[in-house]
Design a protein around this ligand. Structure first.
Ligand code: GDP
Ligand code: GDP
Length: 438
C-alpha cells in the first residue's frame, strides 16, 4: 500500500506552510524542491513515529495562479477532496471564523473523506478561549495547536492516525508485475497512449480484484511479461473541470508515483516540461522511482532530427536534477514509438531489479577507491570498509564507513556514478546509504 495522502487546506496565512515544515522538519524525508513553485516544499513523504504518509501543502500547489484567491482556494480544496485520504482543515484562532473558513467548511462537508479541523496559532492559554468559536463550522472538535511554537502537533498526528487506522504502515510488496504509472497534464495523450499500449500488441488484459485505490489498474502482458498500468487519466470529473484550462492533478499523480516502479511522464511535443512536470519528476526522483519521459504527439514535430534534438535539450534543461532519464518519442495517434517505450521500460525495470554479485561489487569498489580515494576531512581520513547490495528496485547499497557524517556529497555522487558505469545501471537512480561500521 502506498503511504496515505494527507492534505492541508485552509485560506491563505493560516499557517499551512509553517505546519508543513514543522511536520516534515528535519526528519529524513523525501522532499522535492521544485523550481517554479511559489514555495520550496509542498509535497513530502515523511514519517511520524512509525506512521509513514505523504503530506501536501495545497496552498503551494498554485494550480491556476491567475485565478482570484477564492477560486484558488476552492481548487485546492477540490484537489484535496478528490485525492487525499485525510484532510487537515487549518484555521487561524487569532482571526476567528472568517467567511472564507465558512465557505471551505461548506465545500468539505460534502465529502465523505475524514477531515481534521485544526485551530492554529494558539500560542498561549488566552487564545485557547477563542477556540470554541470554531464549533460553528460543523467539523467537530478542533485540535488545538500552534505550528509556530510547535504545540499540539502530537495531538494533530494522533487525530490523523485515528482517521486512517489501516494505512501508513509499510507492508512488504511482493515481487509482482512491473508497474508503470502514466502521468502528465491533461490532453497530453495519456489515454491515447494507454490504448496504444493495450491495443497494439494484443495485450492480454486481466482483471485482478484489488482495493479501490488500484481499481483503475490494468493488468496486461507485453512480450510475455506481466505489466500493470496505473492510469491517472481515467477519472474524469466533469463537475470539477473548467473548460479549456490545462489541468494537472498533481495529487493524483503523487499517489500513482508512490505505487509504481516506473513513472511514464507524458508530455505534449508542442508544450514540453512545465514546472508541474518538474515537480512530479522531482518527487519520483527523490523516491528512487524509475522515470521515463515520453514526448507524445511526435507526429506534430517537424520531421528533421533537429526538432527532436531541441525537445530533448529542453527536457534535460528543465529536469536537470535527473540527468539520466531516458526520453522516448511516441505518437499514440499513429501508434509509433510504443514498442521502443515498452522496451525501455523493461530495460529500466531489469536494471532496477538487478542484483550484483558480492565479489564483483568488491572489485568495483576497490577500483573506485584506487582511482579516487576519499580526501580527508577535518583532519580525519575516511575509510570505506565494506559495501553490500541490500535491496533491489531501487538498487540499494550500504557502505560501512568509519565516519559516515564526513562522507562528502560529491564523493557519494562519485561512487554512485562509478557503480552505475561498472554494472550498467544506465537509467536508474541508485540508493547509497552510509552507515557506521560495526
Ligand atoms: P499559509 O499561507 O497558510 O501557508 O500560512 P504560512 O505558513 O505562510 O503562515 C502565515 C503567517 O502565520 C506566517 O507569518 C507565520 O509565521 C504565521 N504563523 C504560522 N503558524 C503560527 C502560529 O502557530 N502562531 C503564530 N502566532 N503565527 C503563526
Ligand atoms: P489525456 O488527457 O492526457 O488522457 O489525453 P487524451 O489521450 O485524451 O488526448 C488528448 C488529445 O490529444 C486527443 O484529442 C487525442 O486525439 C490527441 N492525441 C493524443 N495522442 C496524440 C498523438 O500522438 N498525436 C496527435 N496528433 N494527437 C494526439
Amino acid at each position: 500500500m502506498p503511504p496515505p495522502l494527507v492534505a492541508i487546506v485552509g485560506r491563505p496565512n493560516v499557517g499551512k506552510s509553517t505546519l508543513f515544515n514543522r511536520i516534515v522538519g528535519r526528519r529524513e524525508a523525501i522532499v522535492s524542491d521544485i523550481p517554479g513553485t511559489t514555495r520550496d516544499r509542498v509535497i513530502a513523504v515523511t514519517s511520524w513515529d512509525d506512521f509513514t504518509f505523504t503530506l501536501v501543502d495545497t496552498g503551494g500547489l498554485e494550480p491556476f495562479p491567475q485565478d482570484v484567491m477564492r477560486d484558488q482556494v476552492r481548487e485546492q480544496v477540490q484537489m484535496a477532496v478528490d485525492e487525499a485520504d485525510c484532510i487537515v482543515f487549518l484555521v487561524d484562532t487569532a482571526e476567528g471564523v472568517t467567511l472564507m473558513d465558512e465557505e471551505i467548511a461548506q465545500w468539505l462537508r460534502r465529502t465523505s473523506k475524514p477531515v481534521v479541523l485544526a485551530a492554529n496559532k494558539v500560542d498561549n492559554p488566552r487564545r485557547e478561549l477563542l477556540v470554541p468559536d470554531f464549533y460553528q463550522l460543523g467539523m467537530g472538535e478542533p485540535v488545538i495547536m500552534s505550528a509556530y511554537h510547535n504545540l499540539g502537533l502530537e495531538d494533530l498526528m494522533l487525530s490523523i492516525q485515528e482517521m486512517l487506522p489501516d494505512a501508513g504502515f509499510e507492508a512488504d510488496e511482493a515481487d509482482g508485475p512491473m508497474r508503470l504509472a502514466i502521468i502528465g497534464r491533461t490532453n497530453v495523450g495519456k489515454s491515447a497512449l494507454m490504448n496504444a499500449i493495450l491495443g497494439q500488441h494484443r495485450a492480454i488484459v486481466s482483471d485482478v480484484p484489488g482495493t479501490t485505490r488500484d481499481a483503475l489498474d490494468t493488468h496486461m502482458e507485453y512480450e510475455g511479461e506481466p505489466v500493470t498500468l496505473i492510469d491517472t487519466a481515467g477519472i474524469r470529473r466533469p463537475g470539477s473541470v473548467k473548460q479549456g484550462i490545462e489541468r494537472y492533478s498533481v495529487l493524483r499523480s503523487v499517489q500513482a508515483v508512490q505505487r509504481c516502479d516506473i513513472a511514464l511522464l507524458v508530455m505534449d511535443a508542442n508544450e514540453l516540461a512545465t514546472s508541474q512536470d518538474a515537480h512530479i519528476t522531482g518527487l519520483a526522483w527523490d523516491a528512487y522511482k524509475g522515470i521515463i519521459v515520453v514526448i507524445n504527439k511526435s507526429d506534430l514535430l517537424p520531421g528533421d532530427v533537429g526538432a527532436r534534438e531541441m525537445a530533448v535539450q529542453r527536457v534535460r534543461r528543465v529536469l536537470h536534477f535527473a540527468p539520466y532519464l531516458p526520453i522516448c518519442f511516441t505518437s499514440a495517434l499513429e501508434v509509433t514509438g510504443i514498442h521502443d517505450l515498452m522496451r525501455t521500460a523493461r530495460a529500466t525495470y531489469e536494471e532496477r531489479t538487478q542484483r550484483v554479485t558480492p565479489p564483483e561489487l568488491v572489485r568495483a569498489m576497490r577500483q573506485a577507491l584506487a582511482k579516487n580515494p576519499h580526501p580527508s576531512r577535518k583532519g580525519k581520513s575516511i575509510l570505506l570498509e565494506a559495501v553490500r547490495q541490500v535491496d533491489t528496485n531501487p538498487p540499494t547499497f550500504i557502505f560501512a564507513v568509519d565516519n559516515p557524517s564526513l562522507v562528502h556529497f560529491s564523493y557519494q555522487r562519485y561512487l554512485e556514478n562509478h557503480l552505475r558505469q561498472w554494472f550498467g545501471f544506465t537509467h536508474t537512480h541508485l540508493r547509497l546509504v552510509f552507515k557506521r561500521r560495526t
